[in-house]
Design a protein around this ligand. Sequence first.
Ligand code: PMT
Length: 221
Amino acid sequence: FSSGLLAGKRVVITAGPTREALDPVRYISNHSSGKMGYALARAAVDAGAQTILVSGPVELATPDHVNRIDVQSADDMLAQCLALVADCDIFIACAAVADYRPGTISTEKIKKGPEKISLELVRNPDIVAAVAASEHSPFTIGFAAETNDLLAYASSKMERKGLDMIVANDVSDPAIGFNSDHNAATVLWPGGSRVLEEASKATIARDIIRLIADRVSLIRD
Ligand code: PMT
């Protein structure tokens, strides 16, 4: 792993979950711990990149030499990412962004009432697709967290969202993926793929950064 792999490159990484408020005391979220995204930030710094983490709420310390911007909702994360995109060479979307948010946020705590109530959810904006489609379009990498038909869903996500690379992450096995210290993945790009066998998230992150550096130097230099 050469420390000059990404020298001079500006990398933005999203990490962790988003929180979608229901009222002043409740929210919808998911089990992302941020560990994978933070490991990627550490690996990007080790590769010599200037690294920014746009992070949902997590219980992790900020890695050394990483500039961290904290956000809550998908809307907040989108606004921060779009503000950074003009000064970004490589964008890695590792966050588990909520696909839907409550249609209205109650300004007061929702009171207990009838036996059944229902919740209207509206679609959140797609952050990685918006970055890939932006005028400054950096080299853009997404993740695909799937429980079934992993590679087929991942490659269709890569195409639909206009990505340069996607990391297919099987999240049906609790030993890897969400919240675990380990992961395993298949990285796909147009015309190629690489299987990353189960390893610590630190090792997987370094492998992903190496693959990104290879593709970036091939395509953009
Ligand atoms: O945080 P950890 O506990 O370490 O767990 C790591 C992880 C399992 C969360 C991570 O490895 C992972 O797979 N992250 C992506 C999770 C996800 O939301 O996948 P998805 O298949 O729903 O989304 C596909 C891609 O679009 C992702 O790059 C996601 O960041 C992005 N997306 C999704 C929805 C949305 N509204 N905006 C987005 O940018």
